[in-house]
Write a protein that binds this ligand. Structure first.
Ligand code: SAM
Ligand code: SF4
Length: 341
């Protein structure tokens, strides 16, 4: 963006608001649909990935983030697919870090390539890392991810701690019939390592389209199992009203445990998130069935005003709730790895 456009934008900041008054402050940007494992709840074993030239370049991503930052978006999460398979992702981090108005850059990863990249990511200015890990048992890990890579994830987490990331969160998707045995070992391990563990309910966003509501291992069920083993969980006041997890403190002053009960207790009323897919489509919700084509506009030299208008149009169409807890739910065509979790 040239200097004049930036000045024009800065002089008329007004937040991006949907038709229910929710101001949008947070962007999740998917940088690839590729991945080095195949979690059954996300990606099919055989998958046709997007061609390289249809994926937004770092420069194109930066252009959109600059526009959004001028309208109150101050937090960016880099995701995918697996963001660390994108070449030199730390260069994107440092580019976004320099965008005025962006206060926090975070990244969600499966951790497999983290041992090589943690220090570069830290040096480039990355503020936070979430690592997804559903089991600390190698056999179960392989059953879930269809790959044998648990040691690499552990090495990645240790490298991130060594690099100085002090607020690492572990995200564990929980599926009924699979995860019951994983809850206690994960909690014990996370408490020992001093890591903030969050359990996520299995959402109907799997590439195989095999999700069934009986497979939702609810946050309430998990809390019961944890309390039976470790004692009462004390609720913690939310740091930010838009945060998706409800956090609890386990006895003493150990790390918190969070629950993202997206299916049974959706948190849509305080949602401030928008998403951009790897091929540059704006989505106003994980469960949206509509998308707005930013890439097409960027690549046809659309003006800053046109891009802003398209973003506002997409957000204006955001529904009050995704409805996955109701009988009126319409499942989106795209799976999690295609959207960016
Ligand atoms: N590959 C990276 C990773 O796994 O952390 C980033 C992308 S992944 C799509 C982002 C998050 O979505 C991960 O924490 C993953 O466990 C979660 N996820 C994927 N499919 C899901 C589903 N069907 N329901 C709930 N969470 C899901
Ligand atoms: Fe890959 Fe993340 Fe999807 Fe697992 S959840 S298949 S690591 S993109």
């Amino acid at each position: 963006m040239d200097q004049t456009s930036k000045q024009k934008l800065a002089s008329r900041i007004d937040p991006i608001v949907d038709s229910y008054g929710r101001e949008h402050r947070s962007l999740r940007i998917s940088v690839t649909d590729r991945c080095n494992i195949r979690c059954f709840y996300c990606m099919p074993e055989n998958v046709k990935f997007l061609p390289q030239n249809s994926i937004l370049s770092f420069e194109e991503i930066r252009q959109v983030v600059e526009i959004l930052a001028c309208h109150g978006v101050n937090r960016v999460r880099i995701t995918g697919g697996e963001p660390l398979v994108r070449s030199e992702i730390w260069n994107l981090v440092s580019q976004l870090k320099s965008v005025s108005g962006i206060d926090e850059i975070a990244l969600t990863t499966n951790g497999i390539l983290l041992s090589d990249q943690a220090q570069k990511l830290k040096d480039s200015g990355l503020d936070r890392i979430n690592v997804s890990l559903d089991s600390i048992d190698p056999v179960k890990f392989k059953e879930i991810t269809r790959r044998d890579a648990l040691d690499k994830v552990f090495a990645g987490i240790d490298a991130a701690i060594l690099a100085g990331f002090d607020n690492i969160r572990i995200n564990a998707v929980s599926v009924r019939g699979i995860s019951e045995t994983e809850v206690i070992p994960l909690v014990s391990w996370a408490q020992q390592k001093g890591l903030h563990l969050r359990f996520i309910e299995f959402m109907p966003l799997d590439g195989d389209k095999a999700w069934q509501d009986q497979q939702v291992f609810t946050g309430a069920m998990m809390r019961k199992i944890i309390e039976e083993e470790f004692g009462t969980l004390s609720p913690v006041v939310r740091a930010r009203s838009s945060q998706p997890s409800v956090d609890f403190q386990l006895r003493g002053d150990g790390p918190q445990i969070g629950f993202i009960d997206s299916v049974t207790e959706p948190f849509c009323s305080s949602c401030d998130r928008m998403r951009i897919t790897a091929e540059g489509k704006l989505r106003n919700c994980l469960f949206s069935t509509e998308e707005w084509d930013l890439k097409q506009l960027i690549r046809s030299n659309g003006s800053v005003e046109q891009i802003e208008l398209l973003i506002r149009e997409g957000i204006r169409h955001k529904k009050l709730g995704h409805g996955s807890d109701t009988g009126r739910f319409v499942r989106p065509d795209r799976a999690m790895y295609q959207i960016g979790g």
